[in-house]
Design a binder for this molecule. Structure first.
Ligand code: PRX
Length: 648
């Protein structure tokens, strides 16, 4: 790997940066040697209603997993994101909203955002929302999404955001699991000029008898027709018209739940990760400031959706806690054409731009002049998140967006981690394209072999984290045992990330991808078991096995092996029908890319599908199938190979 290019730190830029090479080393050392001192000091960045006396109280012991930070402190998230900024920056823009259409945008100041949040918080209270209640948010990327999130935190309600691309069934499952009685949605969403029927999806979800919702608040976005359930459904604008703008904050304990966010695992239903108030906000705010070297007056843009953790931490909470100006984009990079990202950067003079490798690769495919004549000279820092960025895409991003001048921060983290964990701080760590490089403060990555033994030096293994950090998820909603099983029982004494990783001779970390049955499609996490269970629910399907395979734009694509019920024949038409079926059951992001009809699956004599073999065939790498002698019927492999769908 000696031909890897290293991009040294910009020494000139480092002079005015929050963190440089020296302070990184020094602060990192302090963060792991004396976490109590380090984090007590960092926690001063938040306003506390009652100061904490205890900092860290955490255990990864599988018999007693317990994670508590600042446990006797009290604070309120919306107060930290809004009220405390009013005196100094009330008239500063908090949110720049860029609509799906390039003709629509809006600036919302801190004062205006505060007023809307207070009104909506009062409206929620008037509808019976109390501290600790779970409020489901199913919204497009409109400013009201941030208003709804902050209003929940203001009254102490726990929000559970469900990505607007999820199906009614997926939404119903999450509402039920969270025990949520309130839903906030909009008539429709608008993406790439197309309407998404959000209210209709909510209506369908609420037909499920296990879902017990008292009220649905509906924001008017497109003005499209919606069905109305009198008494249950309420218009947002009507509630806001009469609500008072005076709403004192609810005093929250640092360990009170702040939000739930569902994500896929290797088995079973999606898990609702529980994040709490103090540690999460501190970690989101600190990482946002240092990773993006955010300075007062900067315009910061993260292209994620608030339905994912990146949107939570790096569109809303981190930036607003820091009094930043955060850009929120309703649309897609290809609408009205592929120069859109460039146009938005130019229009709003964006300084920090944070997006996903899949978007970069999709643009890269369109050629060097994809951004047209957009003026990108305002850009200072570029970020990447969600999946490994291949060096070619990194180089292109650096050259085309950054004109060779902007540091790239490749940020590795997860829904479970709350915030960025491994990253080259922009003026502190020399970059190597494709490597997330070094841990953030307080983060102690380790590599272990499959037996859990720590590996030293340059090596490859399972990525685990040796000790807690404030942004860490505290539990799985309603199922602490599953939390312990999933993250703390495979490798005793560590948090297990589910990722594989290589460490080079400079102690740089290179994430190699998931080592479990989770696939990463366009930076979205998908459990293979979820797609399989959607498929077997189809009457013609007897058995399904889903694996990932390398996809040039999505990173990984979804490859399905299907055994049909006796008497059914595979056809192009059935393939299409099954793809549509999965879209409908889970949502468009789960749509299979390739379907292979397979009369038999490679199974052990005890009936277990050997997924390793299916993965290799899907990767078109069947020369390396390994030992197949334990298969009940080795001949099925020949059939699978000769009918493979992915010939590279
Ligand atoms: O496999 C890793 C990959 O995305 C997973 C986490 O997905 P999710 O919880 O949806 O959060 C995505 C946004 C933080 C990880 O286990 N991943 C995320 N960022 C990177 C990455 N893989 C490599 N490099 C990254 N920068």
């Amino acid at each position: 790997m000696s031909d890897i290019k290293v991009y040294p730190v910009d020494k000139e830029g480092a002079k005015s940066a929050w963190i440089n090479e020296e302070s990184y080393q020094q602060l990192y050392q302090q963060s792991v040697d004396s976490p109590d001192v380090f984090w007590a000091d960092q926690a001063k960045r938040l306003d506390w209603i009652t100061p904490f006396t205890k900092v860290k109280n955490t255990s990864f012991d599988p018999h007693n997993v317990s994670i508590r930070w600042f446990e006797d402190g009290e604070l309120n998230v919306s107060q930290n994101c809004l009220d405390r900024h009013l005196a100094t920056r009330g008239d500063q823009v908090a949110i720049i909203w860029e609509g799906d259409s390039p003709d629509e945008s809006l600036n919302i100041t801190y004062k205006e955002l505060h007023e809307q949040v207070c009104k909506f918080a009062n409206a929620l209270k008037a509808q019976g929302v109390k501290k600790g209640d779970v409020v489901t948010i199913y919204l497009p990327m409109i400013p009201e999404a941030a208003v709804a999130m902050l209003a929940c935190t203001r009254v102490g309600a726990v929000h559970s955001i469900v990505f607007g691309g999820f199906s009614p069934d997926a939404l119903a499952g999450r509402i039920e699991d969270a025990g949520s009685h309130f839903v906030i949605t909009s008539d429709e969403g608008l993406r790439g000029g197309k309407c998404v029927p959000l209210k209709k999806n909510v209506d369908l979800a609420l037909n499920n008898p296990n879902v017990k919702v008292e009220h649905v608040v509906v924001i008017k976005r497109t003005g499209g027709d919606v069905a109305w359930s009198e008494g249950r459904d309420l218009w947002y604008h009507e509630l806001m018209a009469t609500a008072s703008a005076d709403c004192p904050v609810e005093v929250m304990n640092a360990e009170d739940p702040m939000f739930i966010l569902y994500t896929s695992g290797s088995t079973g239903k999606p898990k609702g990760l529980k994040h709490t108030t103090g540690g999460y906000l501190l970690y989101a705010s600190m990482t946002h400031q240092y990773v993006f070297d955010y300075k007062d007056g900067d315009i910061y843009w993260c292209t994620a959706d608030v339905g994912w953790v990146t949107g939570h931490s790096y569109i809303v909470y981190g930036p607003l806690a820091n009094g930043a100006t955060t850009l929120m984009f309703e649309g897609v990079p290809s609408y009205p054409d592929s120069s859109r990202f460039g146009r938005v950067i130019e229009k709003h003079k964006v300084n920090q731009f944070y997006t996903a490798p899949t978007a970069i690769r999709a643009l890269m495919q369109q050629g060097e002049d994809v951004l047209g004549d957009s003026d990108l000279s305002s850009l200072r820092i570029l970020g990447s998140v969600g999946e490994p960025i291949n060096p070619e895409a990194w180089e292109w991003y650096h050259r085309i967006f950054g004109k060779g001048q902007c540091p790239i921060v490749d940020t590795w983290w997860q829904t479970e981690t709350g915030g960025i964990m491994i990253v080259p701080l922009p003026y502190a760590t020399a970059a190597k394209p494709g490597s997330a490089t070094r841990p953030f403060f307080g983060v102690q990555p380790r590599l272990v072999d499959n037996e859990g033994t720590e590996l030293a030096g340059a090596t490859e293994g399972n990525l685990v984290i040796a000790d807690s950090w404030p942004g860490q998820a505290r539990s799985i909603w309603g199922d602490h045992e599953r939390f312990v099983q999933t993250y703390f029982s495979t490798f005793k004494g560590y948090y297990f990330t589910g990722d594989g990783c290589r460490r080079d001779g400079d102690d740089y970390y290179w994430i190699t991808g998931r080592v479990d049955d989770v696939i990463n499609v366009s930076g979205h996490r998908m459990g293979t078991a979820e797609v399989e269970s959607a498929l077997v629910a189809h009457p013609k399907v007897a058995e399904a096995a889903v694996v990932g395979y390398p996809h040039p734009i999505k990173g990984q694509g979804i490859y399905v092996y299907l055994t049909l019920q006796a008497g059914e024949d595979g056809s192009e038409e059935l393939s299409k029908e099954l793809k549509a079926w999965v879209r409908n059951e889970i949502g468009p992001i789960a749509t299979p890319d390739l379907i292979q009809f397979a009369p038999g699956m490679p199974k052990t004599r005890s009936g277990k599908i050997m997924r390793r073999i299916l993965r290799k065939i899907a990767e078109d790498d069947f020369g390396a199938l390994g030992d197949t002698s334990t298969l009940a019927d080795p001949s099925v492999v020949e059939d699978l190979i000769s009918n493979r769908q992915n010939r590279l």
